[in-house]
Structure formats: structure tokens, C-alpha cells
Design a binder for this molecule. Structure first.
Ligand code: ARG
Length: 585
């Protein structure tokens, strides 16, 4: 536990012991860091709100809190300052000991959570026969990082892509393929073919009523397992799958495809069970559930459609079946990383699942929404002709930009590395820049997609952090080499006291596990990016003023250890973000 968490817990204890359970305080906000401040390292600001509630003098209360809060062995006893603040200093011995512990093994950095959970992360989830577009970028990258964050704390994570691979649109695709395309071509379809195919069949569907009828019959044929329809559908899925997996490989994302079709055999039961529970009503011929609390602006209740008038099942039906399935597999927590436009859908689905008794109280279902990706003009990112930007093309461009940048830089510095190697690192850097930029924004904000910004060496970007990481490892390795040469003696092997910038750096380092923890609670990878950026800056301040190796004094082993823990922390942080590190930037 970090000093901040330790103090927060101790404050809570002290308050309940002295003032009883009736006082309500927002503990998370009442303890603050005071980095570099003269008034200790941490500050408790609870006396004012407490004084209001119990109608007493704040200064007196601060005195009482200072006496009652026991956060040893992490913190020195508190001291009252100003009117009613209580300040705490981290004990030097604790801090030095904690750094030594973090340096001792790679496992020390992140310990397993007290209770390991079975977590489903439903993310990426593109649609068959359509290309992934920039909208899927956010879900894919945020979902992957959340999975990594939970895995890092020892939870079991199921990474599920709820692919849209079923539904009425397949009728028109199958019918069009069967009428217009040679059978052997069908087997070798590429995703680009599919995209134009989709458009062509949609047009035919809208223009030609007889075709539309045949397309509807094709859906029935598919759903009843007719072999011809089935194999055409499989060809469509296979073509899409190879496109998706290519993108996942480039992005270094692992996800398991469990598409909508998987839940088909379970849908009839969903309808039957809702019927038996008396939850189904008929509205405009469709079978629906009205969910309490969901209404239009005019106050009319909103229906969740379970079965359409023509007998077809709906998006919601599949999601209900998926919840039942996941719960039956022992899910403790289900996260749905899907754009905020679908928020109402998920809230209604969760409410129905709870009311039906399929979602036990202690199982969490949470929609993890995110905002839009904008173009430099501040509007939703589109191609010049106004279409959705294809993810493939966006990644191609990121790689190309990265390559160009790396080659230019290599030429500038007259690097002797082979050109192909530089280009490869550059391409990787370009992709990392896209991922990092995505994660560095609060997920609910709409952010402007700017290659120039994301590949910049300044600011909170992937190149900046990867560069910092490579540099710190370089410093560490050089110091180790000097130690091994034996020509330099280590000095200050086990400092009990860290001073100035050393101390500030150490204070950030001991917070890492809490930051990861917080990111899994807030479901916010940007907590981690922000932390890593601060850490790199703090390291720079430290390194500017503190010599790790000098010819007169030798290697300062205490400082070397701070370099080691910083490198390890940056490495672990980039890893939970899914950003691959490179040896040289
Ligand atoms: N395929 C959907 C889309 O592209 C997202 C599916 C999200 N997951 C879910 N369980 N509904 O919009």
C-alpha cells in the first residue's frame, strides 16, 4: 500500500474511533500529496468538514486527529499546521526499505489482488463483412489495456470479441453472392471485396423488392442450417476473420472471437424464460420488455425488443443470452468497452438481466463507454469523401510516419544501424504512438487525432516515454558495467536517507501499484499514462542534479537502485498499456 492509501485508511480508522460511524467524509479527497512541499509529504484536510458536522473548533479537531492517526511504520506522527491541516512525513527508513524491496525482484512491483476475480472484457467486437474503422480503434486499445491491467493484478481475464456475425444483413449478402459471384471466388474473398459487396447487395436490397424477398428467405435458410447458405456465411466470416486478426497482430492485441452466432442456440430459452417470468409484453407485434426507469423524453416507456414481429431475435436478445452464459461460466465482472452511443442499450439489458434473476447481485456488469475520435477540424474523423476512416489505412499511415521519422533521425545523427532495422523500429514506434495517444486521453473525452502530436518527442507521447525508458536503461547498464569492471567502488551502498530529488523520485516510485489499482477501479488507463509521464519528468529532475557514476567517487549504489526501479516501473507501466518497448529510439 502506498503512503497515501495507508494514511487514508488510518484517517478512516481514527475518525470512526473518535467520532463514531455517523460522520460521513469523502476520504479519497481529504488526503493529498504535498510533493516537494515544506509541510511534510502528505496532508490531511479532514478537520474542516469534520468540525462542521460535529460543530466544534477545527483546530482542536486537527489536534485530535494528529494524535489519533497512527500510520506507522510508514509515516512519522502528524503535525498540525496552518489553521487545521495535519501534515505527515514519510519515514526515511520505510522509503529506503520500500525501494530496496521493489528492486529485489520483478514480482515485487505488482502483487496479486486480495481476491482474484473472473473478469470478462467484451471489446473490439467488429462486424463481419465490414472493415474495422476508427471507431473500433478505441474499443480495441482500451479493452486490451483494461485486460492487461486486470491480468497484472492476478485476475483471470476472458478477452471476448462479440463479433457481429449474425442477423438479417447476412440474408442479402448470401443471396447476392449466390446470384452474382462464382462459387470458387466466394472461398477466396478478401475484406475489400466484402466491403463493396456489402454496398452492392444493400443497394439491390433497397431497389429490388423481389431480391429483398429472396434475401429474407436466405436468412431463414441460414438460420435453419441449410448447407449452401451456411457455407457462404462461413466464407464471409473467414474473410473478415483474417482481416481482423491481421490488425490485432499489428496492434499486439489478443482477443478471442465469440460472435453473436455463438449464442443462437440459447436465444429461444431467453424468450421462453422471460415469458414464464411474466416480463414479456407485445408492442406493435414485437415481444418486448418494458424496463422501469427508461422512458422517452415525452415520458413514454421504452421497450427492449426481444423478438421482432417476424420472429427474428434482436441485438438485446443475444446480449441477454451472453450474460447468462458468462454467469454460468463463473463471471464475477463483465466489462463492455463500447462507444457511449450504446449506453442506453446496455443499461436496459443489465436491468432486464437483474430483474429476471440471471445476474446475481454480486456480479458486476459495467458499460465502459468512450467518446469520439475527431479530425483536425474538430469534427468526427472522416475520409475526404466523408466515409469512416478504415483502421487498416490508419495503421499503414502510422507505420509510414514512424518509418520516415526514424530514418530522418538516423540520417541526422549519422547512425550506423542498418536502414532496414531503423525502418522497422520506426514502424513499431508509429503504431505505439497511436496506441499510447489513445490511452493518454481520458476515455470519455472526444480527442483530436493528430499524427504530428502523437509522434512528437515532447509531451506525454509514446516516443517521449520510450526514449526515457531506453535512456534510463542505458544509464543503469553503464553504471553496472563500471561496477563490474571493479575499477570503481560502490559508495553509499545502503542509504537510510534519501535526499532532495532522490526522495521525490522514490515517493513517486512507491505509488505504482496504487495507480494500477485505481486504473482498474476507474477503468481508466490514462491514470497510468499520466503517472508514467510524471515519473519520467521526476527522473529527469533527479538525474540532472544527482550523479550516479563519477570518476572520483565511483558508483552511487543507492542512486543506481533508483534508476533500476524507475526503469522497471516504466517497463511494467508500458506493458499494462500494451506499448511495446524498443531497445533504441
Ligand atoms: N458489434 C457491435 C458494433 O460494432 C459491438 C458489440 C459490442 N458488444 C456487445 N456485447 N454488444 O457496434
Amino acid at each position: 500500500m502506498s503512503p497515501l492509501e495507508t494514511l487514508t485508511a488510518a484517517l478512516r480508522d481514527a475518525v470512526t474511533t473518535r467520532f463514531g460511524d455517523d460522520v460521513t467524509l469523502d476520504y479519497g479527497k481529504l488526503v493529498q500529496r504535498n510533493r516537494g512541499g515544506q509541510h511534510g509529504d502528505l496532508q490531511v484536510n479532514a478537520a474542516f468538514p469534520l468540525a462542521k458536522q460535529v460543530r466544534r473548533n477545527p483546530t482542536e479537531i486537527a489536534e485530535e486527529l494528529a494524535a489519533a492517526i497512527d500510520a506507522s511504520p510508514v509515516l512519522e506522527p502528524g503535525e498540525v499546521s496552518g489553521k487545521a491541516f495535519v501534515n505527515f512525513r514519510i519515514r526515511d527508513a520505510w522509503l529506503a526499505g520500500e525501494i530496496a524491496r521493489l528492486a529485489s525482484s520483478a514480482d515485487a512491483m505488482l502483487s496479486p489482488a486480495a481476491k482474484a476475480e473472473h473478469v470478462y472484457v467484451d471489446f473490439s467486437s467488429p462486424n463481419v463483412a465490414k472493415e474495422m474503422h476508427v471507431g473500433h480503434l478505441r474499443s480495441t486499445i482500451i479493452g486490451d489495456s483494461l485486460s492487461r491491467l486486470f491480468e497484472a493484478r492476478g485476475h483471470t481475464v476472458e478477452r471476448i470479441s462479440h463479433v457481429g456475425d449474425w442477423g438479417t444483413q447476412f440474408g442479402m449478402l448470401i443471396q447476392y453472392l449466390q446470384e452474382e459471384v462464382e462459387e470458387d471466388t466466394v472461398a477466396g474473398l478478401s475484406i475489400a471485396d466484402l466491403d463493396s459487396l456489402y454496398k452492392a447487395s444493400k443497394k439491390r436490397f433497397d431497389d429490388d423488392a423481389a431480391f429483398a424477398d429472396r434475401a429474407r428467405q436466405a436468412v431463414v435458410a441460414l438460420q435453419s442450417g441449410e448447407p449452401g447458405a451456411r457455407s457462404t456465411w462461413e466464407a464471409l466470416c473467414a474473410a473478415s476473420r483474417s482481416e481482423f486478426s491481421d490488425i490485432y497482430e499489428r496492434l499486439d492485441v489478443e482477443v478471442q472471437e465469440v460472435g453473436e452466432s455463438f449464442y443462437q442456440p440459447l436465444l429461444a430459452d431467453v424468450v421462453r424464460d422471460l415469458e414464464e417470468l411474466g416480463m414479456l409484453e407485445v408492442s406493435d407485434g414485437a415481444r418486448v420488455v418494458f424496463v422501469e426507469g427508461f422512458e422517452t423524453r415525452e415520458g413514454t416507456p421504452l421497450p427492449l425488443i426481444i423478438q421482432k414481429a417476424d420472429g427474428g431475435y434482436n441485438y438485446a436478445t443475444t446480449d441477454l443470452a451472453a450474460i447468462r452464459h458468462r454467469v454460468s461460466q463463473g463471471a464475477d465482472r463483465m466489462l463492455y468497452v463500447v462507444d457511449h452511443g450504446q449506453s442506453q442499450h446496455f443499461q436496459m439489458v443489465y436491468a432486464v438481466a437483474r430483474r429476471a434473476g440471471w445476474l446475481p447481485d454480486d456480479v458486476v456488469c459495467e458499460h465502459v463507454p468512450f467518446g469520439l475520435v475527431l479530425g483536425e477540424d474538430g469534427k468526427r474523423l472522416r475520409t475526404r469523401s466523408g466515409e469512416n476512416v478504415r483502421l487498416r489505412e490508419l495503421l499503414d499511415e502510422a507505420e509510414e510516419r514512424g518509418r520516415r521519422l526514424a530514418l530522418a533521425r538516423a540520417a541526422e545523427t549519422e547512425s550506423d544501424r542498418p536502414e532496414s532495422e531503423v525502418a522497422e523500429t520506426g514502424a513499431l514506434l508509429g503504431l505505439s504512438a497511436v496506441k499510447y495517444s489513445e490511452l493518454s486521453h481520458h476515455r470519455m473525452t472526444n480527442y483530436v487525432f493528430s499524427f504530428d502530436k502523437m509522434v512528437s518527442l515532447e509531451g506525454n507521447t509514446a516516443p517521449y516515454l520510450l526514449y526515457a525508458y531506453a535512456r534510463i536503461r542505458g544509464i543503469r547498464d553503464a553504471a553496472h558495467a563500471r561496477l563490474e569492471e571493479g575499477s570503481l567502488q560502490g559508495v553509499r551502498t545502503d542509504a537510510e536517507t534519501l535526499e532532495g530529488p532522490e526522495r521525490s523520485l522514490a515517493q513517486i516510485l512507491v505509488d505504482f501499484e496504487d495507480v494500477v489499482d485505481r486504473a482498474t477501479v476507474q477503468l481508466q488507463p490514462s491514470d497510468v499514462t499520466e503517472y508514467l509521464f510524471q515519473l519520467s519528468q521526476e527522473f529527469n529532475r533527479f538525474y540532472e542534479s544527482s550523479r550516479v557514476v563519477s570518476d572520483e567517487d565511483g558508483v552511487d549504489v543507492t542512486r543506481l537502485r533508483l534508476c533500476e526501479v524507475t526503469a522497471a516501473t516504466l517497463g511494467a507501466g508500458l506493458s499494462v498499456l500494451g506499448v511495446r518497448v524498443v531497445d533504441r529510439v
